[in-house]
Design a protein. Structure first.
Length: 128
């Protein structure tokens, strides 16, 4: 949760209805780390605003009412088919080590369907 105050606990209902983000003027996602949302800069390279390709209410739901996840690098919220992906869970070596044959041609298979590696997160629509 990104905000000025040190907030130790948040009520899940306050997260869901957006009142936690409103009360602390905070957000759960970094706007610059959402696929399809870009910062715009003027001629002097000063921040000029956000270019948002999603409906405002949709972005507001993700930023103000959806808890994030922890990553070992900067988290980046993926999107596909006009909707934000769902974070299902973490995957470790033990989860995939016995399934490596399924990944042998994964990149090629995805390219054949017009899917980039960054699109592989499970989507909320279109059957994943």
């Amino acid at each position: 949760f990104y905000c000025v105050d040190e907030v130790e606990h948040l009520c899940p209902w306050c997260i869901a209805d957006g009142s936690a983000a409103e009360k602390f003027a905070g957000s759960f996602q970094d706007d610059a780390s959402i696929e399809g949302v870009e910062f715009e800069y003027d001629e002097e390279d000063e921040f000029a605003g956000i270019k948002n390709t999603y409906p405002d209410e949709m972005l507001k739901e993700l930023v103000e009412r959806t808890p994030g996840y922890h990553g070992w690098q900067q988290e980046f919220w993926l999107a596909h088919c006009g909707d934000f992906c769902a974070f299902i869970g973490y995957v470790g070596w033990n989860d995939i080590k016995d399934r490596l044959d399924e990944f042998a041609n994964l990149e090629e298979d995805c390219e054949n369907f017009g899917i980039r590696n960054s699109d592989l997160a499970k989507c909320l629509q279109k059957g994943g």
